[in-house]
Design a binder for this molecule. Structure first.
Ligand SMILES: [Zn+2]
Length: 267
């Protein structure tokens, strides 16, 4: 029995489409490790993993790093290697390529992808990834989570977003804001350690994979792709953003010029 027969509703050619697709994941921490696992289960055939970090020596990543073990902490294993091991233990036919250098040094990898997933904290970097993927006309799926102290309790929120040609960008969606970029720039680009927990990461990673599946398989005929899902961690809800209704009326002029397409150095 084909192991994917319970997802046959996705469409007659979906399995072949997924098998031939190329997904890039930037950041293999709490969010990216979840996404890698799910892409292996749905049968994406080519996965490119980019992250220069190792699992941390104190073991503090083990609360959220899917596939990470105590032995990895001892060995200070690269996060991309942990993800590769997990993916290939689910499906050994998947071609997994690992890059343990910053994504900025792997632009050719981004360019070769059908989709790029971004699972990192820094807003400046996320803006730059979006800009690179827009140039290459590749859909960019980003997840982010925030924890704020409100009086005596905490508020947990986050979002999964899809940025692609002809659709609102992350600036339009209000995910990347100038005041927050300025704040990060004042800290020399440091995003700071953001709190993360495995269940919220899991919700957002699942939402990100869902955004990808709507692009590559015809099961949910939707006139327009869903591009922004908001997570309320206190209410435990995930909803399509109400902002999209009015964003749909306007066109994004942040990436509207043909001169901004292709490699910037090949003009
Ligand atoms: Zn925009």
């Amino acid at each position: 029995m084909d192991k994917h027969n319970r997802q046959s509703f996705l469409g007659p050619n979906s399995e072949a489409t997924l098998r031939s697709s190329r997904a890039v994941i930037i950041g293999l921490g709490g969010g990216g490790s979840h996404i890698g696992q799910q892409l292996a289960h749905v049968g994406v055939g080519n996965i490119f993993l980019i992250d220069p970090d190792t699992i941390d020596r104190e073991g503090t990543n083990l609360n959220r790093l899917i596939g990470g073990t105590e032995k990895d902490v001892e060995d200070e294993t690269l996060k991309v290697e942990i993800a590769k091991r997990l993916i290939q233990s689910i499906d050994s036919r998947i071609q997994v390529h690992t890059f343990d250098t910053p994504w900025q040094e792997n632009l050719q990898v981004l360019r070769g992808g059908d989709v790029v997933f971004g699972c990192i904290d820094g807003l400046m970097q996320r803006r730059d990834i979006e800009s690179a993927t827009r140039r290459y006309m590749i859909p960019y799926i980003d997840i982010g989570m925030d924890v704020h102290k409100v009086d005596s309790h905490y508020s947990v929120s986050g979002q999964a977003s899809l940025s692609m040609h002809g659709q609102p960008c992350m600036k339009c969606m209000g995910i990347i804001r100038d005041d927050q970029l300025a704040h990060e720039a004042a800290l020399y680009g440091a995003a700071g350690e953001r709190p993360q927990v495995v269940w919220s990461n899991g919700v957002l990673a699942s939402a990100a994979v869902g955004l990808f599946m709507q692009l590559v398989t015809p099961w949910a005929s939707h006139p327009k792709p869903v591009t922004l899902l908001e997570f309320d961690g206190n209410r435990q809800t995930l909803t399509e953003s109400r902002k999209l209704k009015y964003l749909g009326q306007m066109s994004c002029d942040h990436y509207a010029y043909p001169i901004e397409l292709g490699d910037p150095f090949l003009k």
